[in-house]
Design a protein around this ligand. Structure first.
Ligand code: PLP
Length: 367
């Protein structure tokens, strides 16, 4: 096998942007301001403008974006928060971190998004919020979920960690709930050179509270008004993200073009290809196919030198970490079936057409 086809290759993106990123980093070093300050302020304004929200608050990670949003909204011990069973564990960890109970809801088999028809029966007197996860780069049903939330007086928080630039109807993910939570983990559609996160909101009070919470609960220097934490976006990361943000739409367009190529070439196979809700603009953080022969297909692709990934092999309720919730096998059948059947093919904007062809040929040969 001549060259390996990785599932993702971050070096390709940085090769293009290397001199601009070096320049941005050099400016931060010259300024001597590494924590918060002008660079972080500027990036927050640019993100708010891009997403169409009034406020953006840079934090230390995507996990902290969700955790601090819950804390700022006063959600904690004794409260319940609804979230999908098939998400990255950070969504559930953020709820547990504030002392609230994660209450899981099954997903739809087509979009893998939270099944809004199951929300009503999951609500109790203690339910305070729903975390809608825009999994794989496609918005959850942001018509039905907010409708269910308003029937029960719940807050909607978006986990948009996989959905930078994704839309639901005419609005951006991150602008659809009370708070939008982003991660800049390096593999995300907009990724830093390390950890980072951001909360978006059009609620000025919530934004002000988040600014206090991320910085030791300080309202001003040495005036500590809340039991906050240290979770700030680094100026170095903000400077790198400022270089990358103008590229995001073109990168997402290339991801969609790659998806079209996969779809065309794989139509002859029995794979179930991604279902796109016509109301959503998918940004293909992952291109996820499903088949009951997932493990055999994955082994075949590995043998052909093709990298793949599984997002995620264990639904939240079956992880060792969340055994205390008391769920059992069979409680969320669609999430469980997805965990056995999903496979993420190579996907990143710089993925060469030749690699896409090799992936598709290898899959066609398998079937
Ligand atoms: C990546 C991710 C997170 C967590 O982001 P970090 O920056 O790694 O803390 C949360 N939710 C989802 C759906 C993610 O994909």
């Amino acid at each position: 096998m001549s060259d390996h086809v990785p599932q993702i290759d971050l070096t390709a993106q940085h090769r293009h942007l290397r001199s601009a990123i070096d320049g941005a980093i050099g400016q931060v070093i010259a300024s001597g301001r590494f924590i918060l300050g002008d660079t972080v302020d500027a990036f927050e304004r640019e993100m708010a403008g891009y997403l169409g929200v009034s406020h953006a608050v840079g934090v230390g990670s995507g996990l902290d974006a969700i955790r601090l949003s819950l804390q700022a909204l006063g959600i904690g011990a004794g409260d319940e928060v609804l979230l999908p069973a098939n998400t990255f564990i950070a969504t559930a960890l953020a709820v547990a971190a504030v002392g609230a109970r994660p209450v899981l809801v099954d997903c739809r088999p087509d979009t893998f998004g939270l099944d809004a028809t199951q929300l009503d029966r999951a609500v109790t007197r203690r339910t305070r919020a729903i975390v809608a996860v825009h999994l794989y780069g496609q918005a959850a049903d942001m018509t039905a979920i907010p409708e269910a939330a308003s029937r029960h007086g719940l807050v909607v928080i978006e986990d948009a960690a996989q959905a930078h630039g994704a839309e639901w109807e005419t609005r951006m993910c991150g602008a659809l709930g009370r708070a939008g939570c982003f991660s800049f983990y390096p593999t995300k559609n907009l990724g830093a050179l390390g950890d980072g996160g951001l909360v978006t909101t059009s609620d000025a009070t919530l934004a002000a509270d988040l600014r206090v919470l991320r910085d030791y609960g300080q309202r001003e220097k040495s005036v500590h008004v809340k039991k906050g934490t240290n979770s700030r976006l680094d100026a170095l990361q903000a400077a790198v993200l400022q270089v990358k943000l103008p590229c995001l739409d073109a990168w997402n367009a290339r991801r969609r073009a790659i998806a079209v190529r996969y779809r065309t070439a794989l139509a002859v196979t029995p794979l179930v290809l991604p279902f796109c809700d016509p109301r959503a603009t998918h940004v293909f953080h992952q291109f996820v196919v499903r088949t009951s022969e997932r493990d055999a297909l994955r082994r075949h692709l590995t043998a052909c030198g093709i990298g793949t990934a599984v997002h995620y092999p264990t639904p939240i309720h079956l992880t060792e970490a969340f055994q205390d919730l008391g769920y059992r096998v069979g409680d969320f059948p669609e999430a469980e079936r997805a965990s056995r059947e999903v496979l993420s093919l190579p996907m990143y904007p710089e993925l060469p057409d030749g690699h896409i062809e090799r992936v598709c040929e290898a899959i066609v040969k398998f079937f």
